[in-house]
Design a protein around this ligand. Structure first.
Ligand code: ADP
Length: 507
């Protein structure tokens, strides 16, 4: 056994030493490493051990003939890939056909031409090399393909021409809850991913049967475990037959869309509220202007009444007494109107932000006077029970007035709406080291949905209400280091309690 330099090994099998020698001479120097065997058994043994690329195999040998050797080589996975070329004096076509049928790739008639043998060997070795490279590349590409398919976000199903699942990536199994082992080979429609969606199932049948493309931006898929999943899907025919179906989980996208929509709606609402506030604020400024303008004629009326009074001196006694009385009344009413407007002006003007020591009893008396007009409109009285020995508090007078006025107005409105005749009770008292005031009414009480979000802005049960009074009151109270809280009135109605820390100088 002689070996040439080179990669590939070729096994020469012939029972006739002269033939073996001739073959050897033919291939010597061709770059192949040569092995030799003189019978079938030796050929099988060497083939299994050395795994040559090619065997030149004599057919007619004593004992095991070349055909049987070939069959046994092909039956053994270790040697099945070895290329077999028969060499034989049997040139009838039956032998040739048989040789090729049992796995030989070629059949060379004896006596052979050296060039022909060399050329055929070279061709088959080359073919085999190419085949192996191709198979390797194929495997690499398949691996690569699988890696890509497993890395993508989408679930991908490959379908055969009958609409059965022929391949799927890991994501497809994850999204549908169908493991590959159970889904492969099943008809796609058999997975029943969209039960009840007849339109979509029809599109899927068309995709499976006729390769008709489909695209749906949103569908509810039912996973194998029965859980719903929101998906987008697209399907198209494959050029090599069958189709591909791609699924994408859009739950997160949908949730984002919903959140966006909600944020947009909220923004719209806020915008409307702001516009409303803007209008009210303009109204407030106008009211201040009106107050100023009306105040002047009122002062004039008061002055004229005084002048008329003086002129009365010339009249007879009886008439003078009557007119005197009337003019007095004019003066009193004008002064009252002027006082109401004066209070309104000082309330509407923006809070200065300046803090001072405040007597809550005095402040609330002022607020009650301010609420007089509303009290008449609502036909509801407001009574004040002021605690005698109340500590002072320190804060922004106008802001605290705003809190009290808002609570009192709410209480009056609720009392009037309930048709109650009991007055709104405002009282001051000390409690737990705090200086407190309470506004209690016997009105409607709080609606449940309002109570749940009380003090949140824009919560209102009133037709024209803005629902910012309580929320602003709360921030004012907190800004003063105090708090505001609600309690239901056991006798029906609402109770709001505001507590302040006492003024430091008083503690
Ligand atoms: P608005 O008065 O503009 O609605 P508020 O913030 O002052 O705004 O009040 C919010 C809501 O709280 C009211 O719409 C009302 O439903 C409820 N509310 C406030 N005070 C009372 C009260 N004394 N009795 C019943 N409901 C009240």
């Amino acid at each position: 056994m002689t070996r040439d330099q080179g990669g590939e090994q070729i096994l020469l099998v012939d029972d006739n030493p002269t033939n073996l020698q001739v073959l050897f001479k033919t291939l010597e120097g061709s770059g192949y490493r040569l092995l030799a065997a003189r019978d079938g058994e030796a050929a099988l043994y060497t083939a299994k051990r050395a795994k040559p690329s090619l065997i030149l195999l004599d057919v007619m040998m004593p004992g095991m003939d070349g055909f049987e050797v070939c069959e046994r080589l092909k039956a053994d996975p270790d040697t099945a890939d070895i290329v077999v070329i028969f060499l034989s004096a049997l040139t009838d076509s039956q032998s040739k056909v048989h040789g090729l049928a049992i796995g030989g790739v070629d059949y060379i008639a004896k006596p052979f031409q050296a060039d022909e043998v060399l050329a055929r060997v070279r061709t088959h070795i080359k073919l085999q090399r190419l085949e192996r490279a191709l198979a390797r590349r194929n495997t690499e590409l398949e691996d690569e393909n699988q890696r890509i398919l497993n890395a993508v976000e989408e679930g991908i199903f490959g379908l055969d021409a009958e609409g059965r699942v022929s391949s799927m990536n890991a994501r497809a199994a994850e999204l549908t809850g169908w493991p590959q082992a159970d889904a492969l080979g099943e008809p796609l429609l058999g997975l029943d991913l969209f039960p009840g969606d007849d339109g979509l199932n029809q599109s899927l049948s068309l995709l499976c049967e006729a390769g008709v493309s489909l695209r749906k931006n949103h569908a509810e898929m039912t996973r194998r475990d029965g859980k719903p999943l929101q998906v987008a899907l697209s399907g198209s025919a494959r050029s090599e037959g069958g189709a591909v179906l791609v699924l994408r989980d859009i739950s997160e996208w949908l949730a984002n869309q919903r959140a966006l929509e909600q944020a947009r709606n909220e923004m719209d609402q806020q915008r409307q509220h702001l516009a409303h506030i803007e209008r009210l604020s303009t109204g407030g400024e106008m009211a201040a202007g009106i107050a100023h303008e009306v105040n002047q004629p009122l002062t004039a009326v008061t002055n004229y009444a005084r002048v008329a009074h003086r002129l009365l001196a010339d009249l007879p006694e009886e008439k003078r007494a009557k007119l005197d009385d009337v003019l007095n009344k004019i003066g009193v009413q004008a002064e009252r109107a002027s006082a109401v407007i004066q209070r309104m002006r000082s309330y509407v003007k923006k809070p200065s932000g300046a803090k001072s020591v405040i007597n809550l009893n005095v402040l609330l008396k002022e607020v009650l006077a301010l609420a007089e007009v509303d009290s008449k409109v609502n036909r509801t009285r407001v009574v004040l029970q002021a605690a005698g020995d109340l500590s002072s508090i320190y804060g922004d007078e106008v802001q605290i007035q705003q809190v009290a006025l808002n609570l009192i107005r709410n209480a009056m409105e609720s009392t009037a709406a309930a048709g109650s005749h009991r007055p709104v009770e405002v009282s001051t008292f000390p409690a737990g080291g705090h200086v407190c005031f309470r506004v209690r009414d016997f009105g409607l009480g709080l609606a449940r949905e309002v109570e749940e979000q009380l003090f949140s802005p824009f919560v209102t049960s009133k037709e024209g209400g803005m629902g910012i009074g309580l929320s602003v009151s709360q921030s004012i109270m907190q800004g003063h280091g105090g708090d505001i809280r609600y309690e239901a009135n056991p006798d029906g109605g609402a109770v709001f309690i505001c507590e302040f820390p006492p003024c430091v100088a008083d503690v």
